[in-house]
Write a protein that binds this ligand. Structure first.
Ligand code: SF4
Length: 369
């Protein structure tokens, strides 16, 4: 994840200790718990192919045990996601277990089930709620496959804000909505929302590559997002494409930015972050379908790393773009997207738009400084 506003304005942010610690912990600091595959919507770009067909959920006790293991591992941050995590009635108990152990809890939701009653249960234990939006009402509802989804999500985020929970937006950039960045910032102004994260499409589940923008469009969209970040009014992040950080460096030429990017180290799937699927399979992230182990042995996955985890830790020896001069600040981008696009886990990430960043004119000494 790249904090565009942090890099541009140098204003410290809450997640700095995770994003720029530069530490090489043996365990991930962030775990995504996909606690269910059930969802009341059927989004076109859902990476977990979730929907209304009554999927089996793992029992609460399994997730509570996973939180305990996460705590033993020193995990700092658990992201509750799905499916729609609020489809689980016992979600607040998972959040409470994490909160009681000093783990920061975030909720990633479509927002339609954010009622006062659910927030009453959750608000003490959840540090942040990210509500997904895809654009104006018609565009959003078409994406979500349900008429009325937009108005319910807006209602949910308003209640969440009213009840004092830090609430922001999540927006996945696709061919169908990339020109709604202005709309999103206007909406944030109107609703008094100060945080947004833009996601590059990862080709997993129903998120087909055909939905993605081309890299020329991607560059223009990210430049626009950077422009919006300049006045420091919002906390703006992008996720799943470390090249955005290189773009910021190329525009600022700031040694401070380069230093932060170095400490961030680019994509760290399987190292700084990992994902647990609704069925309890542990993956390097939400988008890379290479199993690392099972939820019941969460900690052991890093205590006794298997061949795939070892390869991810040593990915510079395998990723095909490893001779790139920005490898240390990118780490080769998202492996799951390379795998989905080419069938080869170690191929170049197709969303890398480094070739289009024409203002970079760095010498080796810049990179070594
Ligand atoms: S070529 Fe590879 S390492 Fe370099 S910026 Fe692109 S994805 Fe990152």
């Amino acid at each position: 994840m790249i904090s565009v506003s942090r890099l541009i304005t140098n204003r410290p942010e809450g997640a700095d200790r995770i994003r720029y610690s530069g530490q090489k912990d043996i365990y991930p600091s962030v775990l995504v718990f996909n606690v269910t595959r059930n969802c009341n919507l059927r989004c076109l770009h859902c990476y977990s192919s979730s929907g209304t067909q009554q999927f089996y959920d793992l029992p609460l006790s399994v997730w509570i045990e996973a939180v305990k293991q996460a705590s033993d591992m020193g995990v700092k941050h658990i992201l509750l996601s799905g499916g729609e995590p609020l489809a689980r009635r016992d979600l607040s108990l998972i959040a409470r277990e994490a909160w009681e152990r000093g783990i920061r809890v975030e909720l990633s939701t479509n927002g339609t089930m954010l009622t006062r009653e659910r927030l009453e249960e959750l608000r003490k234990y959840v540090d942040y709620i990210g509500v997904s939006l895809d654009g104006p009402e018609k565009v959003h509802d078409a994406f979500r496959g349900v008429y009325g989804a937009f108005s319910k999500s807006i209602k949910g985020l308003r209640i969440s804000k009213e009840m004092g929970v830090k609430t922001g937006l999540r927006f996945t950039i696709t061919k169908e909505n990339y020109n709604y960045v202005d709309f999103l910032f206007d909406l944030m102004k109107k609703e008094g929302i100060d945080r947004v994260c833009f996601y590059h499409l990862a080709y997993a589940g129903r998120a087909d590559r055909k939905l993605d923008v081309d890299n020329k469009t991607r560059l223009e969209v990210i430049k626009k997002i950077i422009d919006y970040s300049k006045d420091g009014e919002w906390e703006v992040l992008t996720a799943d494409n470390p090249v955005d950080g290189i773009l910021i460096y190329s525009l600022t030429r700031s040694v401070r930015v380069l230093d932060l990017l170095r400490r961030n180290g680019g994509n760290k799937s399987g190292e700084r972050i990992a994902d647990v699927s609704p069925e309890g399979v542990v993956f390097p992230d939400q988008f890379t379908p290479i199993p690392l182990g099972e939820i019941k042995n969460l900690k052991r996955i890093w205590d006794e790393p298997g061949p795939m985890l070892k390869k991810l830790k040593e990915r510079r020896s395998f990723v095909k773009c490893s001779s790139c001069r920005f490898f240390e600040v990118c780490n080769g981008g998202l492996r799951g997207r390379a795998l989905a696009a080419t069938g080869d886990l170690w191929e170049r990430d197709p969303s890398c738009y480094l070739d289009l960043i024409d203002s970079i004119n760095l010498t080796d000494s810049d990179l070594k400084s």
